[in-house]
Design a protein around this ligand. Structure first.
Ligand SMILES: Cc1cc2nc3c(=O)[nH]c(=O)nc-3n(C[C@H](O)[C@H](O)[C@H](O)COP(=O)(O)OP(=O)(O)OC[C@H]3O[C@@H](n4cnc5c(N)ncnc54)[C@H](O)[C@@H]3O)c2cc1C
Length: 437
């Protein structure tokens, strides 16, 4: 029997799923598929908590597929091997999936499309994880936007909520007569242990839309890191697609325009990474590619461990190390301190975040790090330096966040700052001024 495979990647849900809805409208039954990609997994440490989250979500999908009268196939392999094996094991009419804009993913998908094409199997990709992708929002001259404000205005001018936030009918179509199951004998899925990982759970916030109360007050609470529910905690769910971006933005559009605007940053950074994939590892601004960053391994290590002697930086880094999450305000302060006051290469900070963040997302992480370093496409002046002291006074005036994560703050055992903040600031500005080409 011919089947269509629906390949889940950053969209670990059956509801409001663009590519899945399209697959379910074909004639053949659909087999949901998840690949634990060895190329990605082999680079991760065995205690990586993201694998526990990912694994649990795949198992949840498998359970939901079974309940609906079908099944989910999961394998652990490299991508091309996996698809060669699928071509051998199943009679494939088509493979459908949702677009992924990261450089590795675009190359991977091109290779899969070639392989399937050689076997006469239709490979189709769909926009699902953003509202506007690639070239959909451009300047009047047809170029990618580099100023966020202008992008956000153009994005909102283009928006037709009735159409752009409309849910895809995957839930309605996800029923027995449209679903296939793995062959008997092929239904076993890899366990976390088979994948080479241990179980490490961390708090991710509940899946689904944030409570309306949180969204309603978001503009007033989002910048207070001490507040437990001051932000939505959507990031990990948007990263893995356990919630639909359309549902999230529909709610934000109705309840809080500030939140809408923040999430537009996500479309913006994904658009930039797709247009400029090389910015994953080097400065967008060519003038900023040869800055004389300091080689200071001990200071870098102290930053990673939250031992810089600058309380808001240390609080943020300890929150990150202990929970896999860091509040946006603390991300800004910790990143700014590394790239400006310590004048250490932003790629090192980006890399550390990429290993620790449960919500790690290449486009958001790279985009924000380059923004903090002043090296990115966004018109952020390179001479802007956030003062950790002013930031603390403004956003953690009672030291509530700091005391939570740095209990020894204010005692003799808390270390002195690694660098005099004023001297560090001047040193960075001078070095960048001279180093820009
Ligand atoms: C140096 C640095 C690195 C970052 N790395 C990441 C990352 O790897 N993954 C990630 O998802 N976010 C990243 N961010 C953006 C932001 O800090 C997080 O999205 C946010 O803190 C997640 O918590 P939340 O979902 O409660 O946010 P909320 O404030 O509730 O925001 C809701 C959603 O809006 C989007 N959003 C909010 N702010 C931004 C922003 N500045 N840029 C892009 N999208 C945004 C996110 O999808 C977020 O989940 C980074 C920011 C900085 C300064």
């Amino acid at each position: 029997m011919k089947i269509t495979i629906f390949w889940h990647r950053r969209d670990l849900r059956f509801d409001d799923n663009a590519g899945l809805a399209a697959a379910l409208q074909r004639d053949e039954p659909v087999l949901p598929f998840f690949l634990y990609d060895k190329t990605i997994l082999d680079k991760l440490p065995p205690d990586d908590a993201r694998l526990t989250f990912l694994f649990d979500q795949v198992e949840r999908l498998a359970h939901e597929a079974r309940e609906a009268g079908g099944g989910l196939l999961a394998r652990h392999d490299t991508v091309l091997n996996a698809f060669k094996q699928l071509l051998h094991d199943y009679d494939l009419a088509a493979v459908y999936t949702n677009e992924d804009y990261e450089p590795y993913a675009t190359e991977r998908d091109a290779a899969v499309a070639r392989l399937l094409g050689q076997h006469g199997v239709d490979f189709q990709t769909f926009k699902d994880q953003v509202i506007f992708a690639k070239d959909e929002v451009l300047t009047k001259n047809g170029k990618p936007h580099k100023v966020f404000g202008a992008y956000s205005n153009a994005w909102q001018a283009r928006l037709q909520p009735e159409q752009d936030f409309k849910a895809h009918p995957s839930t309605r179509l996800f029923k027995k007569e449209n679903l296939a199951s793995p062959h008997p004998g092929d239904a076993g899925r890899p366990t976390l242990k088979d994948l080479g990982f241990g179980r490490h759970e961390q708090y991710t916030g509940p899946a689904g839309l944030p409570p309306a109360e949180v969204v309603r007050h978001y503009d007033q609470t989002r910048d207070t890191p001490a507040l437990e529910h001051g932000t939505t905690r959507l990031s990990v769910h948007l990263r893995f697609g356990t919630v639909s971006i359309r549902a999230v933005l529909k709610q934000a559009n109705e309840l809080n325009k500030k939140l809408l605007n923040e999430i537009i940053w996500r479309d913006f950074f994904m658009m930039l990474l797709w247009h400029f994939p090389h910015t994953a590892t080097e400065a967008y601004d060519p003038k900023m590619r040869h800055l004389p960053y300091r080689h200071a391994p001990a200071e870098y290590q102290a930053w990673c461990e939250g031992r810089t002697g600058v309380p808001l930086v240390d609080a943020g880094m300890r929150q990150l190390n202990q929970t896999g999450y860091i509040h946006n305000r603390a991300r800004i302060v910790a990143a700014g301190f590394l790239v400006k006051h310590l004048f250490i290469d932003w790629t090192l900070g980006e890399h550390y975040f990429s290993e620790k963040l449960l919500d790690y997302d290449m486009s958001n992480n790279v985009g924000n790090w380059q923004w903090m370093a002043g090296t990115g496409a966004v018109a952020a002046p390179w001479f802007r330096v956030y003062s950790p002291v002013s930031q603390q006074k403004q956003y953690d005036p009672d030291f509530a966040y700091i005391k939570k994560w740095v209990p020894e703050y204010g005692t003799a055992s808390y270390s002195a700052p690694l660098v005099d903040l004023k001297e560090g600031r001047v040193r960075a500005i001078e070095a960048i001024r001279k180093g820009r080409r």
